[in-house]
Design a protein around this ligand. Sequence first.
Ligand code: AMP
Ligand code: TRP
Length: 324
Amino acid sequence: MKNLIFSGIQPTGSLHLGNYLGAIKQWTKLQHEHESIFCIVDYHAITVAYDPKKLPGRISDVALDLLACGIDPSKSTLFVQSQVPEHTELGWIFNTLTPIAELERMTQYKDKSKQHKENINAGLFTYPVLQAADVLLYKANLIPVGEDQVQHVELMRVIAKKFNKTFGKLFPEPKPLLTEQARVMSLADPAKKMSKSLGEKHYIALADSDEVIKKKVRSAVTATSHGDTSPGVENLFAILEALGGEALVKELKAQHKKGSLQYSELKDVVANTIISHLSPIRERRAELEKERERVGEILIEGAKTAQKIARDTMEEVRKKIGVR
Ligand code: AMP
Ligand code: TRP
């Protein structure tokens, strides 16, 4: 079977190092090896409170970030979810196949409904159903994501199986593709995953200046009251390793074992390595920023390509479920 890659990202502001190491870095590689489709999932983003005036800017910001990271529109398809309405149509059909009990198990739903107590809406609950539609609309089988999304990919398999069993075989059962660094932790609270919602000092944005990166890494939590086995130090080592400093990690770990490693020294190495990776991305982004209209055109082209596939799948789906 031919592999088809699909992944999505929410337009919730600029990207951070967790998004980059957990997902996007591998997207840029995969696009050269397989047919690939990447989607900015605006209909997922509206399941939590947001400012409609800011959303268009956020969508083009994420697109700019992705292009700056190396997503190449001549190699892969990049588009915005709401521009291909077949996603929500298939999502509705999948809603009728998804057991509520499966959705109640979803960790992301449980976390988000704790975070947004005032707005626990049905869309937040069926979020993973729309996500299954995103992927299965293209009959994609490999889904490069961070670890937090594995449970959602498992649900896609449940939904695909149920559809195939009920109406006849149509969909593949997708599998997650994880990077080695599928869970980057927060700098300020290494027990939690790096995320924008925790606040500025917890994450490194791809757009952060060299100075800000240095400052954030320097104030990263390292030692804990538990002594040696500090998740903060592990996280710094993991970031370094993911950015290609394997030999360096070995050497620094050996020093750490002997007790001769200064955390300030480790932090300097980590900060400099991050800077050397992110500054070219930041420069490319500044260049792309000058031609924002071009970004809009890329997204429209992408939506056209995606919609061709989506239309064909929906024709098959409508026939199979008996509405045609
Ligand atoms: P989101 O920003 O939630 O749409 O996430 C986009 C992608 O980045 C998904 O594949 C996530 O799994 C991944 N991701 C988000 N945060 C992290 C993190 N701290 N570590 C690794 N991957 C992450
Ligand atoms: N839920 C994913 C996240 O929060 C984003 C997403 C939406 C996605 N649709 C997808 C990821 C389809 C992979 C495939 O990161």
